[in-house]
Design a protein. Structure first.
Length: 134
């Protein structure tokens, strides 16, 4: 895939990759405002953040008149608590990872753009998949 331009907010980070041949777009979004003092429990400085993933020229990428299928997976949640528990040996790394589907459906392209809104819990990472809904 090809990395595409993605803006960041003060609280959310984003990395987006597009696959033109399969008409799929993947976005990795993270909400991380955590203070992790050495050897101490993490202090959550963040909060849930409502945001949207806007795809300019969506009609060109996914196809004019097409609907777009979306899926959002919560890849990691409670990063701070998990990091501290990993450090203390209370849990194993494979117990931390999650790929829970938290949202899915279809959306319309309006005015050539796609706008998908969502809320990110504090200290979490989500993977969003967008594809043409044939």
């Amino acid at each position: 895939g090809q990395r595409v331009e993605a803006s960041r907010t003060e609280r959310l980070g984003t990395f987006v990759c597009a696959y033109k041949s399969s008409k799929k777009l993947y976005a990795l979004v993270w909400n991380f405002k955590l203070k992790i003092p050495e050897g101490e429990i993490a202090i959550e400085m963040g909060s849930s953040e409502t945001s949207s993933l806007k795809v300019r020229d969506a009609a060109k990428f996914f196809g004019a008149g097409k609907k777009v299928k979306f899926s959002r997976y919560l890849i990691c949640k409670d990063v701070g608590d998990d990091a501290y528990r990993l450090f203390k040996g209370e849990i194993k790394a494979d117990e931390v990872n999650s790929d829970t589907l938290v949202d899915s459906g279809t959306s319309s392209i309006i005015g050539g753009e796609l706008n998908y809104g969502f809320t990110m819990p504090p200290s979490s990472v989500s993977l969003i998949e967008l594809s043409s809904a044939e």
